[in-house]
Design a binder for this molecule. Structure first.
Ligand code: NAI
Length: 336
């Protein structure tokens, strides 16, 4: 099938082209993100392939539909950037990669937590300046601490398991569907409030939905155990950035590690080192010594990129051959 691949980076092209040997799609790579302004590039392509920060809203979908596109293939798990109701109304199917390598994200989450807690990034910056002083680098053992995991699906369950069995943490969890395997290893499910009040660390692994939007807001910061550390490798808008900044300023929040950021679409995946960043909230975040930010890279492993490429191209092949779309998402399945 002819596929317009948007928001392409060199690594996307490398892994998609390698996997396409088994599929034979005609892939055209565009560096531009898909939005209403760039949708014209997809004119005549029955399928588009997009990533997390492409804006697949109603105006974009209307332009795609007018240009003959019938399939949006997300090369990611999250689909909060797609207007599923509009897609369905316009007869455009949406497919995604529900699971590629939960290990990639889970391992990165643990890495971020350790780097934050043990000041690894700050220590490396010092050592590069031949500053071997240790003042200000005191961390805490993870062993014995209380970690709250919000969302115990594929990624959250791996994180919970690793923290519980590997590090010996007390693990609290919150999910609309508790996982019996986690219960069996001593993970305790509690409500969101109890998790915030009782945890030393909270790590977020639920999808971004109306219910989880700004899950960490001013009230949550107020309710949290003083000194709470937060790790977010899920979606930026789970956290109200301004509330987080206030929590950091008042020291109510003891540290934050973010791989995702509410307004990341304006920043991430690009080299902006010669630009003036206009996002004052983001710049303020970077000034705190106890904040660590990475640019949405938790998924970025050889294994995950291989798996993403194969599943995405397989999803497109299913659509082309009119086979059932096992990885389809629709407004009906999501919203009931
Ligand atoms: P999953 O669908 O396997 O698990 C999500 C879990 O969240 C489910 O158990 C679900 O019941 C739970 N959940 C849903 N609504 C909830 C609510 N209101 N409160 C508490 N729990 C709720 O998804 P998976 O694969 O574990 O991914 C989790 C998230 O990680 C994705 O939604 C995506 O946004 C993010 N992600 C980030 C990546 C990165 O590179 N930083 C890469 C891949 C995923």
């Amino acid at each position: 099938m002819r596929v317009a691949v948007f928001a392409t980076k060199p690594y996307d092209e490398r892994f998609l082209a390698a996997a396409n040997g088994d599929f034979g799609h005609a892939l055209t790579f565009f560096e531009a993100r898909l939005d209403a302004g760039t949708a014209a590039l997809a004119q005549g392509y029955p399928a588009v392939c997009v990533f997390v920060n492409d804006r697949v809203d109603r105006p974009t979908l209307e332009k795609l539909a007018a240009g003959g596109t019938r399939l949006v293939a997300l090369r990611c798990a999250g689909f909060n950037n797609v207007d599923l109701v509009a897609a369905e109304a316009l007869g455009i199917a949406v497919v995604r990669v529900p699971a590629y390598s939960p290990h990639a994200v889970a391992e990165f989450t643990i890495g971020l937590l350790l780097a934050l807690d043990r000041n690894i990034a700050r220590a490396w910056a010092r050592v590069r300046e031949n500053n071997f002083a240790l003042d200000g680098l005191i961390g805490r053992n993870l062993h014995g601490r209380v970690v709250g995991v919000v969302g115990t699906g594929r990624i959250g369950a791996l994180v919970a398991r690793s923290l519980r069995l590997g590090f010996g943490c007390e693990v609290l969890a919150h999910d609309v569907r508790p996982d019996p395997d986690l219960l069996a290893i001593g993970v305790r499910y509690v409500d969101r409030h109890a998790l915030l009040v009782s945890s030393d660390v909270v790590t977020l692994h639920c999808p971004l939905t109306p219910d989880t939007h700004h899950l960490i807001d001013a009230a949550a910061v107020e309710a949290a155990r003083p000194g709470l550390q937060i790790v977010n490798t899920s979606r930026g808008a789970l956290i109200d950035t301004r509330a987080l900044i206030e929590g950091l300023k008042s020291r109510r929040i003891g540290g934050v590690a973010l791989d995702v950021y509410e307004q990341e679409a304006d920043l991430f995946f690009e080299d902006l080192s010669n630009e003036i960043i206009q996002d004052d909230d983001f710049q303020r975040l970077l000034t705190f010594p106890n904040v660590l930010v990475t640019g949405h890279q938790a998924f970025l492993t050889e294994e995950a990129l291989t798996s993403i490429a194969r599943t995405t191209l397989g999803n497109i092949a299913d659509a082309e051959s009119r086979r059932p779309l096992a990885n389809a998402i629709s407004a009906r399945t999501v919203f009931g």
